[in-house]
Write a protein that binds this ligand. Structure first.
Ligand code: ADP
Ligand code: FDM
Length: 212
């Protein structure tokens, strides 16, 4: 009998919603309970494409908007063989941002439509669960100042939030909205409950293709 596959679990949300904190805690909790799990993040800044993206985000270079959008997508595609291998081996992947950030951030720029922005990511491994960490701009502001990177302004983040809301209307994706204003521990509990259910059900269904 083929071994059971791992689940593909994605955390999305605006800046400072707690994605990185919660990805780390979830991976740790899964590993401690004997379930193989690893964290991934997008952009993955260590690859050649990732380094270009990173220097763009750090405002060290400028890239044309369509071009950088396609680079973000290429950065996901280049990791697909590794993701599939790990999932097939039974490792659950907990991913900090994915194609939803890709579509939401670029389509928040003038002159881009959501449909065009989704296209390059059609057919990526489909997450078994996407948790959207919901946090109001006022609550996010209480978590500190924005950093120096590109996109880190409250006006742009509000536009991104609206694009995420459009993406969440798509019933082909298993979205769960998580109240990210709760304490770190309580958000973790909610996320763990959804994740354990997903890990169980993912074992019996093949990995899907996103937006197909
Ligand atoms: P993101 O990855 O979504 O940008 P982080 O996990 O980096 O968010 O968290 C942003 C900041 O908010 C960090 O300083 C972190 O310690 C803090 N933080 C994360 N979760 C919570 C929470 N539930 N309540 C209060 N502060 C939080
Ligand atoms: N971002 C992230 C995009 O614009 N497109 C994408 O496809 C992805 C994955 O890059 F501002 C943006 C979102 C955020 C930045 O920041 C990455 P973090 O702090 O590394 O998540």
């Amino acid at each position: 009998m083929a071994s059971k596959r791992g689940a593909l679990i994605v955390l999305e949300g605006v800046d400072k919603a707690g994605k990185t904190t919660q990805c780390q805690k979830l991976v740790q909790a899964l590993q401690q309970s004997g379930r193989p799990a690893e964290m991934m993040r997008f952009p993955e800044r260590s690859t050649t494409i990732g380094k270009l993206i990173s220097s763009y985000l750090e405002k060290k270079n400028d890239l044309e908007d369509h071009t950088v959008h396609l680079l973000f997508s290429a950065n996901r595609w280049e990791l697909v063989p590794l993701m599939k291998k790990k999932l097939e081996q039974g490792t659950t992947l907990v991913v900090d941002r994915y194609a939803f950030s890709g579509a939401a951030f670029t389509s928040a720029k003038p002159g881009f439509c959501l449909d065009w922005c989704m296209k390059p990511d059609v057919g990526l491994p489909k997450p078994d669960l996407v948790m959207f960490l919901q946090l109001s701009p006022a609550e996010a502001a209480l978590r500190g100042q924005f950093g120096e990177e590109r996109y880190e302004t409250s006006v742009f983040q509000k536009a991104v939030q609206q694009k995420f809301e459009q993406l969440m209307k798509d019933p082909s994706v298993n979205w769960q909205v998580i109240d990210a204003s709760k304490s770190v521990e309580n958000v973790h509990k909610d996320i763990t409950t959804h994740s354990l259910n997903t890990i169980n059900t993912a074992q019996t269904v093949p990995l899907g293709e996103l937006w197909k």
